[in-house]
Design a protein. Structure first.
Length: 79
């Protein structure tokens, strides 16, 4: 599934990022890499979504979120 399809307060593991190289490198520099655990804080269906990873909150646009493939994980799997 894509990150944009995620629901509030659910946790996901990034499986793949399929964006243009420059944008993908920028996200990797921020720490969003394959295998990163991401929590969706707020998913506005028509706009940006707010996510938390590596202890920091980020707002990600709809277009970017639609190109990040994730799988849902249970909270106790990564604690």
């Amino acid at each position: 599934m894509h990150l944009k399809q995620g629901t509030d307060s659910h946790t996901y593991k990034v499986e793949a990022i399929d964006l243009e190289l420059q944008l993908e490198l920028r996200l990797k520099a921020l720490g969003l890499t394959e295998g990163t655990i991401v929590t969706v804080l707020n998913n506005r269906k028509k706009g940006a979504l707010t996510i938390k990873f590596r202890g920091t909150r980020f707002a990600v646009g709809k277009r970017i979120a639609e190109h990040i493939t994730v799988t849902e994980v249970k909270n106790e799997q990564y604690n």
